[in-house]
Design a protein around this ligand. Structure first.
Ligand SMILES: NC(=O)c1ccc[n+]([C@@H]2O[C@H](COP(=O)([O-])OP(=O)(O)OC[C@H]3O[C@@H](n4cnc5c(N)ncnc54)[C@H](OP(=O)(O)O)[C@@H]3O)[C@@H](O)[C@H]2O)c1
Length: 368
């Protein structure tokens, strides 16, 4: 199958995604029968372009990296998605149209990412995203809309980059209930806490994360715990059926005073970590993000630098821990590639079901 991709957002993640698709094209075609071409790109300040003939996205990425614009914007980003879906009606009908949403996280409402997802689904496109906003603010509504449209809404890259979390549960844990979890899900704050234990200052540690492009564009999203709260809400909504938003997660971030706490904890054989927690008590689900002093033998206490981990509590398998040893842009871009392969696999299944239904109907008709 050749997918037609509309890229909404063409920043670090989207540019690495087109590079990775290109680098892995042989294996994707040979082993997964997946190929893809970009037909549309829309950004906030770098312009937009659309071509049914296909766009050389790797070349456009180089231009954007040199600071050049694509083409002057003619439409708002939401109108662009609607228009792209209309112009790609054939690909949409054949379930080959995919909108790749990688705009910046909006912590107030998750917009306009949610509007991008809606416009894509109503135009017959599948949606894949690395943006936490849609699953954190509107998971249930968007999942319903995707179901109604008979298209997929996938977001593996929203939590722990390319390490399978949502895929792991969906694909490998049938009939298992997740009853809660705790984890370290923000790399910037874990790096800062580790650095401060070694005597570095809060400002110095944050500056390093910004210089390395790991901190969010607005670093208060990391240090005030918003990024972790958005991931917590997304995980709880998807895996526990909660109806949270980042704003309903009880939240405390880290401050320059966390350095003193980290040093004191270390001296007492403990470590301070920014811990995300979700617990279910009957129908009630509580969620929080806050610094905690953990004993050194706790799996979360062992996370160094940018490492992340989540420990899920389940009803059948006790605890399952997933650890991310190192995160990178390539890992986030890989999450989008894996979502694309998931859609390709499911397209094969739905085509097979459609053929079987058609055959059954034909047999019934011939018998009557
Ligand atoms: N970087 C990571 O390692 C990582 C990891 C996991 C998840 N994520 C998530 O992935 C998403 C993308 O991250 P990134 O690092 O690629 O961000 P980025 O480099 O800042 O790129 C964001 C892109 O979105 C565009 N954009 C922002 N608002 C828009 C709007 N309203 N309409 C249209 N385009 C808009 C920007 O346009 P301009 O180019 O004109 O500014 C830019 O092209 C974010 O939601 C982030 O939280 C990132």
């Amino acid at each position: 199958v050749t997918f037609d991709l509309v890229l909404v957002g063409f920043g670090n993640v989207a540019r690495r995604f087109v590079g990775l698709l290109h680098e892995r094209r042989t294996i994707l075609e040979r082993d997964h029968q997946v190929s893809a071409r970009v037909v549309g790109i829309v950004t906030r300040r770098h312009g937009q372009m659309f071509s049914l003939k296909g766009i050389d996205a790797v070349a456009v990425a180089r231009r954007v990296e040199r600071g050049e614009s694509i083409q002057p914007p003619a439409l708002s980003s939401v109108e662009f998605v609607r228009d792209a879906a209309r112009r790609s009606a054939t690909a949409a009908h054949e379930r080959r149209l995919v909108v790749v949403e990688t705009t910046t996280l909006d912590i107030a409402r998750g917009e306009p990412a949610i509007a991008h997802v809606r416009a894509a689904l109503s135009g017959g496109a599948h949606v894949i995203t690395a943006n936490k906003g849609p699953a954190a603010f509107a998971y249930h509504a968007l999942a319903r809309e995707a179901n109604r449209a008979n298209r997929r809404f996938l977001f593996e890259g929203a939590v722990m980059d390319g390490i399978p979390i949502f895929n792991l549960v969906r694909e490998t844990l049938p009939a298992v209930a997740i009853t809660g979890f705790r984890g370290v899900v923000n790399s910037t704050t874990n790096f800062m806490l580790t650095a401060m234990e070694q005597g570095r200052s809060f400002e110095d540690a944050l500056a390093e994360m910004q210089a390395r492009g790991i901190a969010e564009a607005d670093p208060t999203l990391d240090i005030d715990g918003w990024d972790a709260a958005a991931k917590t809400a997304a995980l709880a909504n998807v895996l526990l059926g909660a109806r949270l938003t980042p704003r309903t997660v009880k939240r405390q971030g880290i401050t320059p005073d966390s350095r003193r706490q980290a040093l004191e904890a270390r001296a007492a054989g403990r470590r301070v970590k920014l811990v995300a927690r979700v617990d279910r008590d009957g129908r009630r689900i509580t969620a929080s993000v806050a610094p905690e002093s953990l004993p050194e033998n706790d799996l979360l206490a062992g996370l160094e630098g940018q490492q992340n981990a989540i420990i899920f509590r389940t009803d059948l398998l006790d605890e399952i821990a997933v650890v991310q040893r190192g995160g990178s842009l390539t890992q986030t871009a890989y999450a989008l590639v894996s979502d694309l392969v998931t859609i390709a696999r499911e397209n094969v299944v739905s085509r097979a079901v459609a053929v079987r239904r058609k055959t059954t109907r034909a047999i019934r008709r011939s018998r009557s």
